[in-house]
Ligand binder design. Structure first.
Ligand code: FAD
Ligand code: FMN
Length: 591
């Protein structure tokens, strides 16, 4: 380099040359997008599509942004991409996959797809048809089409970002031109998504086209977000399961005073946590590393202890960690485990970092070990209050994860931290996680709410809101838990609402109060005639709580109800439920 101005010092220059000398074109493009994202501070909060205050000339090209979202993240990103596109003078339209007629692909020039994966590697409901048509090639050739896919997911799931991958591959097979490679995002998706957006737009609009019209006035924002959480004071904390319960559930009230944070019934609160200290100490003891040994996580330097305590996930093993563990160790026993899907699933449920270190010994160095771990993500809790009722506060209902394995007591990172370490007056970092797909109906119509355990939390929020709205009647709660005496969460409040008719009907299933297990799905079936009548009268159906068992069983029962009571075939009943989802009359908040 011989330019007069050189902003890098000798050490940085050497590192820069070292990094850039073997870069592939793809890597260079990625870095370009990365730096552009950093420079623009990535935060366009406050800009709405119609309020950029920028004079637009004729758009230089069109971009259709399709999203498939279950809990709102992809939708939010799609809207953000549209804003960025607008700033580059691209005519962008955002469409959810429900509303998109796939035949229109033949008329598109450029499409951006943002889609999450749900269930066990399934498309979100709104992406189901699109995913099915495109993967079954029920569309004509797409060789005229330029596209890119942003896939949202969570590396703790076996089929990480599967829907995005399927769609990306399918469009490629139909002849589409991938303008930038698919990007797959883990739970902390914001920065990665931003880089993908910048790269996509850079590649759609070549620099020399003069299409750069970036807004200069990126607003300084002191808004509290997932990246900039608010330190909320704990105002109340009460254990709401009885002493003889085998579960521990806490009701928490947090202050949002002066944070400006707003939420609606159906949203979740995200809480950042620290890891259980005994586990951190046991890992340090097992590895024999100096807890003060300094390591880099991204740009930041931490002691090994700090990294384990505050920044890395150690209580949960994911597919991704096990895969990376094997890539490094080449342990043949681990290889056998990875090849046996069922055994691997069993291993992942309930084992932590210390287990894998003990079970598959390897002479790790601290840098390599932290490299395979992911950042400690916030945990989400369905909000159990209505902001119109509680003002600048938010309530959450937290079930504590505790279990014993190999003579070691295991504590869920966040739930046990809230239960054991946090007291009234302490502060916890929080943000609001919007969920536009779990919302009370706008119109005055009946609602059926089904939830088990903490799955009942959002319905407390719903009822607080409905009471404020003055709605009486037309509300039905199916609630399930283990035992009437010790596990009936918020019992007094439901009774109050039953008395005032804000809650018209309530059916409960306490699974362990009798020989035979009774669950909410059984209660639905018992009441099938009336449930179907409510649905036919336009009722909205809500389902919240456990994904693995309850949600599946309730879906099955509902199908059965529609089939039997509607006197229709299995196929027609499936179509009926699909339509309910399409019309946003069947909404799920399952985890
Ligand atoms: C949209 C959404 C809403 C949610 N709402 C709520 C809510 O309202 N209330 C609520 O309590 N939670 C809710 N959750 C779950 C919550 O986010 C956390 O996942 C939960 O609190 C556990 O987190 P943790 O950090 O305590 O445990 P972690 O440290 O994450 O440990 C969990 C791990 O422990 C293991 N494990 C758990 N139980 C057992 C067991 N019995 N035997 C063996 N292994 C086990 C499993 O491997 C599991 O992955 C919600 C999740 C989502 C995505
Ligand atoms: C019940 C549930 C199941 C999920 N299943 C998967 C999965 O199989 N694979 C995956 O990569 N991510 C999975 N995820 C993670 C979501 O894809 C991730 O949270 C994403 O950010 C959601 O985006 P959305 O709000 O646009 O739907 C799951 C999330 C939930 C709550």
């Amino acid at each position: 380099m011989t330019t007069g101005f050189n902003p890098l010092n000798a050490k940085q220059l050497a590192a820069f040359n070292d990094l850039t000398k073997d870069l592939s074109k793809e890597q260079a493009i990625w870095l370009h997008g990365f730096f552009e994202g950093r420079l623009s501070n990535t935060d366009l909060t406050g800009f709405k599509s119609n309020s950029f205050g920028v004079e637009q000339t004729d758009p230089i090209l069109n971009l259709t942004i399709l999203y498939g979202s279950e809990t709102g993240n992809s939708q939010e990103l799609a809207e953000k991409l549209a804003e960025k596109a607008f700033n580059k003078n691209i005519a962008a339209k955002v469409i959810n996959m429900y509303d998109y007629n796939i035949d229109n692909l033949k008329d598109e020039e450029n499409i951006a797809i943002i889609v999450s994966t749900h269930g066990e590697g399934d498309p979100p409901d709104m992406a189901e048809e699109f995913h099915k048509s495109i993967t079954k090639k029920n569309v004509p050739g797409l060789s005229h089409l330029t596209y890119s896919v942003l896939a949202l997911g969570d590396k703790s799931y076996k089929q990480f970002c599967k829907t995005g991958e399927d769609i990306d591959e399918a469009i490629k097979n139909l002849g589409g031109f991938r303008v930038t490679p698919i990007v797959k995002c883990d739970v902390d998706y914001e920065l990665t998504a931003d880089i993908w957006m910048n790269n996509l737009l850079l590649n759609l609009v070549p620099l020399e086209s003069g299409g750069e019209t970036d807004v200069q006035t990126v607003k300084e924002s002191n808004e509290y977000t997932k990246q900039n959480p608010y330190l909320a004071t704990v105002l109340e904390k009460a254990k709401i399961t009885g002493n003889d319960s085998d579960k521990e559930v806490y009701h928490l009230e947090l202050s949002l005073e002066e944070s400006g944070l707003k939420y609606e019934s159906g949203d979740a609160v995200g809480i950042y946590t620290v890891n259980p200290e005994p586990l951190v100490e046991q890992i340090i003891e097992h590895t024999g590393y100096d807890p003060e040994y300094h390591i880099l996580l991204g740009d930041e330097e931490y002691s090994f202890y700090e990294a384990l305590m505050h920044h890395l996930e150690i209580t949960v093993l994911t597919y991704d960690i096990v895969k990376k563990y094997f890539e490094k160790t080449k342990n043949t026993e681990l290889e056998k485990l990875i090849k046996n899907q069922k055994k691997l699933d069993e291993y992942l449920y309930g084992n932590d970092l210390l287990d894998i270190l003990e079970d598959f010994p390897y002479d790790w160095n601290p840098e390599d070990l932290v490299e395979i771990l992911r950042r400690l993500p916030a945990r989400l809790y369905s909000i159990s209050s209505s902001q119109d009722n509680v003002g600048e506060k938010v309530h959450a209902t937290v079930s504590v994860v505790r279990y014993e394995r190999k003579n070691r007591l295991r504590n869920g990172a966040c739930s046990s931290y809230l239960a054991d370490n946090i007291k009234v007056g302490d502060k916890v970092p929080v943000f609001i996680d919007k969920n536009p797909s779990f919302k009370l109906p706008k119109e005055d119509t009946k609602i059926i709410m089904v939830g088990a355990g903490t799955g009942v939390a959002p319905y407390r929020s719903f009822l607080q809101q409905l009471e404020i709205n003055g709605k009486k009647g037309g509300t039905w709660l199916f609630y399930g838990d283990r035992r009437f005496n010790s596990d009936f969460l918020y019992q007094v409040e439901w009774q109050k609402w039953l008395k005032s008719n804000h809650l018209e009907k309530m059916d409960v299933a306490f699974s362990r109060d009798q020989e035979e297990k009774v669950y909410v799905q059984h209660k639905l079936l018992e009441n099938q005639k009336e449930v179907f009548r409510w649905l036919e009268e336009g009722a909205h159906f809500y389902l919240c709580g456990d994904m693995k068992y309850m949600a599946k069983d309730v879906n099955k029962s509902l199908l059965e109800i529609v089939k039997t009571q509607g006197g229709i075939s299995q196929k027609k009943a499936e179509e009926y439920l699909k339509n309910l989802k399409r019309e946003k009359r069947f909404q799920q908040d399952i985890y």
